[in-house]
Design a protein around this ligand. Structure first.
Ligand SMILES: Cc1cc2nc3c(=O)[nH]c(=O)nc-3n(C[C@H](O)[C@H](O)[C@H](O)COP(=O)(O)O)c2cc1C
Length: 244
């Protein structure tokens, strides 16, 4: 076994299935707090989500104080999930932290020896790959170059613009959000991801930096008896899963 991977524990898939199958979007919560240690563990598990180049382009704004929570719930359009949850967490994607994080990835490398290929990636490749330049002009040039080179061999097709950087950061952040929801469930707590909110108001209220994108506001707590509004259903998998 690869020493770096460590010994893998036995895993009971039925326990995982229970976590996944019992996670529901909960619209009403009990008036019961989420213990600090549970919340901290769930947030730590959230940050273990896979993420692009390990640049960890996310931030979590945890709101528990009643006054701020009430105002945040209003910014979440007064949704019941937001109004009744003991904790609201704004899950934010950052398109502007990659440079600092690329530097830290090298400085905080967890092993004694930094592999040259890793150093090259963070010091030379990432600064070009994620930098779109003033007015996005470097992105346009990279896209054009990629188009030409791409005629003869596979090349990365982005991110080549500010909008593509938003997608880039949001992908990884959404994975962290899912980890957070599943971690809460595994601890016996519940959640509701919400994109129904006024982003301008949420950002102003929580003092989220200008370039932060509020991917979701997550309501978290213990589900109330009437917290699940309807039976869970999904479309026919045969139409959505393509085996090639
Ligand atoms: C990105 C995203 C945004 C969502 N926004 C809201 C929302 O604003 N309000 C809400 O009640 N549910 C919201 N949901 C929950 C979905 O409605 C829910 O996941 C879907 O209906 C499936 O139900 P389930 O989560 O119980 O399986 C959102 C889910 C996601 C992933």
């Amino acid at each position: 076994m690869n020493a770096k991977a460590g010994a893998l524990p036995d895993i009971d898939v039925e326990e995982f299935r229970k976590v996944v199958r019992t996670r529901r979007s909960i619209r009403r919560f009990k008036n019961e707090p989420v213990p600090d240690d549970v919340l901290a563990d769930c947030l730590e598990l959230a940050t273990l989500a896979p993420n692009s180049s390990n640049l960890q382009p996310w931030e979590f704004y945890v709101v528990r104080t009643p006054e701020l929570k009430t105002r945040l719930a209003e910014a979440c359009l007064g949704q019941n999930a937001a109004k009744t949850a003991p904790v609201l967490i704004a899950i934010v994607a950052r398109t502007d932290t990659w440079r600092n994080h690329a530097r830290r990835a090298v400085e905080e490398w967890p092993e004694e020896k930094l592999p040259p290929i890793v150093e090259k990636y963070y010091r030379r490749i990432a600064p070009i790959h994620y930098n779109q330049g003033p007015l996005g002009l470097l992105g346009v040039a990279k896209k054009a170059a990629g188009y030409v080179v791409g005629l003869s061999r596979p090349v990365p097709r982005g991110p080549y613009s500010a909008n593509e950087m938003k997608v880039w950061a949001t992908k990884s952040t959404a994975l962290a959000a899912e980890n957070l929801m599943l971690a809460l469930r595994a601890h016996g707590y519940d959640s509701c991801p919400m994109e129904g909110f006024d982003e301008c108001r949420v950002k102003k209220l929580l003092k989220i930096p200008r370039k932060g994108l509020v991917t979701m506001v997550l309501a978290a707590g213990k589900r109330a008896e009437n917290g699940v509004y309807n039976q869970q259903y999904r479309f026919d998998r045969a139409q959505l899963i393509h085996y090639l």
